[in-house]
Ligand binder design. Sequence first.
Ligand code: PEP
Ligand code: MG
Length: 580
Amino acid sequence: MGNFIQLKGIPAAPGIVIGTAYIFGKQELHAVKRPIKESDIPFEIARFEEALIETRKQIILIQKKIARDMGSVGSEIFDAHLLVLEDRMLIDEVISRLKKEKLCVEYVFTEALEKYVKVFSKIEDEYLRERVSDINDIARRIIHNLLGKKQKSLSDLDEPVIVVAHDLSPSDTAAMQKKHVVAIATDIGGRTSHTAILAKSLEIPAVVGLEQATLTIRNDDKLIVDGAEGIVIVNPNKDQIAKYTMEKEKIFQRSTTVQELRDFPAVTLDGKKIVLAANIELPEEVDSVIAHGGEGVGLYRTEFFYMNRKDLPSEEEHYKRYRAVAEKVSPHPVIVRTLDLGGDKFLSALNIPREMTPFLGWRAIRFCLAQPQIFKVQLRAILRASAHGNLNLMYPMISGIEELKQANKLLDECKLELKKQKIPFDKDIAVGAMIEVPSAALTCDILAKEVSFFSIGTNDLIQYSLAVDRSNEKVAYLYEPTHPAVLRLIKTIIDAGHKANIWVGMCGEMAAEPALVILLLGMGLDEFSVSTVAISEVKKIIRSINYKQAKEIAAKAMSLSSAKEVEEFSKLRLKELLKT
Ligand code: PEP
Ligand code: MG
């Protein structure tokens, strides 16, 4: 057995990949603890000296440029940077630790720097204390030079790599190309963080919440990523490689068997028809929806269109995009979810201040109602595109009737404008509300009067009802879809919807949990909208059960008192079901 390291994280997107690590992002200050031989010490010292010289040259160049553009006042800031480079206390500390500890210079330097920064942070003198940020800046530059690599953007990668990062924002992930990013491993994040959701949509295997990935993994390390189990093996041995290669082959064979169901409807053994649709983030995913046999798009997350660009998309751009999706998916429906900015998704074009608790803050419909000029651009475009297919829309994060009424009022204004301009749109366009806030769930009977359908957003509903941040790996163990409180809220929504004669779907990740499909079916859910990779499996389960039996299972699950009991019970039922 070799010196492999196995890391356990949170499974985010399934699939097995064996490949090479590429550390992305703020890794400059995350130097890896790499032992060196006695004979390497002079070489490491020389690397350090070269990095200092290189850094000095870079700073002087910047200083000259600033002096030219701004005069001496601006350029003097960099004198402080140059002083750090010459500080004997820091340099001597690095060299003596290098000799004593026999660890690579990046690591020793980072450690020495931490001590240095601590000393400065405690100084009473404000001017000196402020030098901490200069020190950090310069340190980043030195480590960059030590690593000798320029940071690339994820869209400029030119060979297939496994991206390892402390965190990846949804916009970083949206910029990835599948042919270059073959898997993802991150220190932080939860199962329903938008990075995890996007990875699944892009069919890039991913493990999040590994906590120590960027501390343990080095650029070019060989890795095995098992996205279904949430495992990353660093520098695997031959046996592990052989085992995972076989596992990969098995997964491939299993997926082709499930794929055979593609053209069959999602109907129970006793004839109850369910709508099985897909969630998409990018229009390019539509081909995959069709290839997997999705009956339409139950959630089109439009906010990614606003990301990775300097301006806001125009009405015409929106229109063309929605129209193309609607035409491709027709006659099946597409539900466009209006802009859900905020939470863990931020737009480059809008300078919105960071908030203390962004998931509870200026998010989604709250932002859109406050910025009607931005919102109406999207609403008009959706309406225009509705003339070219079966296009519907829904609002995210509705928390009460007032928001719903205000949003519908803006939609009516847009309809009136289009009518006046004689621009065609579907007058019967269906408008729905996402139910993802407990206050909305508990007032669904009231909300039902204003919409034609509900789509349950469990990713948020769970986080808000259990008070568990969906993207925080530290509390991921509390993020329980099977919690009785969550089940009761879901049942309340479904019953209220049916009482008002409107259909109820679910587009949160919970709808794709195999063991929970039976429960949701039995609770009366009419539509399941899941990531394309999950369609076949969900369909297989629906086609293997009687609706009557599902109702009994759901009723029993609802009578249990803890998340664990419900989870175990539903897993057992699924196992029995698939055996027969
Ligand atoms: C949800 O909250 O369940 C949902 C589908 O929306 P998002 O994941 O984009 O917040
Ligand atoms: Mg949501």
